[in-house]
Design a protein around this ligand. Sequence first.
Ligand code: G6P
Length: 632
Amino acid sequence: MCGIVGAVGATECTPFLLSGLRTLEYRGYDSAGLALLDASGALVRARAKGRVSELERRVAEQGVAGRVGIAHTRWATHGVPAERNAHPHVSRGLAVVHNGIIENYAELKQQLQALGYAFTSDTDTETIAHLVQACLAGGNAFADAPAADLFAAVRCAVAHLEGAYALAVVREEEPGCSEEPCLIVAREGSPLMLGVGEQGHYAASDASALLSVTRRMIYLENGDVGRLTREAIELIDGQGQPVAREVVTSSLSADAVELGDYRHYMQKEIFEQPQALGNTLEMLGGAGRLQPGIFGADAEAIFAEVDAVLILACGTSSYAGMTARYWIEQLANLPCSVEIASEYRYRHSVANPRQLVVVISQSGETADTLAALHHAKAMGHTRTLAICNVPESAIVRETALRFITRAGPEIGVASTKAFTTQLAALFLLTLLLAKANGRLSNESANDGVDDSPEQAFLTELRHLPVAVEKLLALEPEIEAWAQRFAHKQHALFLGRGHHYPIALEGTLKLKEISYIHAEAYPAGELKHGPLALVDAEMPVVVIAPNDELLEKLKANMQEVSARGGQLYVFADGCCGFEQGEGVNLIRLPEHYGLLSPVLHVVALQLLAYHVALVKGTDVDKPRNLAKSVTVE
Ligand code: G6P
């Protein structure tokens, strides 16, 4: 979603601002813009609908340059994607970029219009620009007296805002910064971090945008407002008190966000899964026993108390949760429910304080997941756990326990390696809950060979990266199927048991990047409706692992064949399937028991990727979608 980059330094900052925006492109956006103070201290602005490359062209044409500036990629919320709605928004010599949503903007806009401020966009952000200006002017409902400088004006303005924001503001000839130009930042709800560099100071909504200049970062807390000059950073917290925030060194490497030899980030991330799983499972080492401490210092005590699990998430992360539900109920014998975060946050549910509330999020920024966590806490839940890929994210900072997946930065909008590492984390959680619930024997055999279920599951987990590597070798076979899907309008995906959520995830991948309408069904439901859709034009993808539901699944497949449907079957070895008329078959190398979903989903990721390639869609930045949905 929207992205912010800002800089104040000794050198011309336009190249940094533009490269920062390019780094943030993956988050999804529809327009881009920047504003700088030029050599004479005047505000100059360039904006463009469409890609950052279009903005770059305009910047070159207009010759925009300066040592202090702000830049933005916009994902439309208020007002259509258009140049007039692109950020920065200006008000008499000051410019603002904003991520988030101002909930009381309509009311503020009316008040500001009554004061004579003219609006040129449909955005909530323009309200902030005029509001800061009104605080500088004083003598109105927002400020009795004129604010001393831009820093004071922004502090005055944010006191009137309701909603979520990350802001960066610059102003020409700023009185408080007569010696040195400055950049003002503020944060509430939406992420914003500062970069401490050799040549100056920087701001961004995502750490990856800062890596080209520095790894030393300050993560702003909610309520913080800051003034950045080339030499110094001054911060005021939500209570109006000066505050110092820790400077942390980011462990992200700039290479981690490079495409390398791959054609797309999604392809790179699919192929990084063995490594991502290996990194995520690294903390197991060679230990024969799982330690609850991997989920946090209090995990052992909390796991011992819980009598149920509630999982909250959105999108792909919710399908990881749905898969885990099968594991948790089967192995840990704990009731487990999974809710879409955007529903849970507004539903009148009945809280069970002994439930473990698990929030799953790749980004740790998803507005609905964060709000669902707040809702759960407000309802009295204290046993909370985050499974997240971004250690510094908001969600991670707000739970009692946490597990950080080590997938590395995920750039493709369609989630792949984040999902499989979430599954690995959730399987570890399942084993620990099972142990705490007395469901996994800890007895070692007398002969000294440890063959306890715990040991056996750990061995399977450790082997997972190798198993995924073998699966990736199926790519040419899967690619051959893609041609046949690319011209279809619809597809059905069938799975049973813990592969049903994998069927859902497979359809989500196909929808997201190839724009083919796909629906997933638990195969037993076929005859309760979707069978009516089946004809020779309907490809039916079947996830057919060699498990106890296989014979039932084969019967469901017969129902499809009998209606002329085309079956595309991902089967494990030795399943007794034959390729034939109407039955296309790809055999996975091995059956992987309870962890089989981790393998089958990789096959479906590859299928979606290759269908999208044939269709020629924008794989990494599918239309209308954003990587991190930081607004409701
Ligand atoms: C967006 C992304 C999805 C992701 C979902 C939840 O819709 O495009 O790939 O699954 O958000 O994101 P999260 O970061 O909370 O896992």
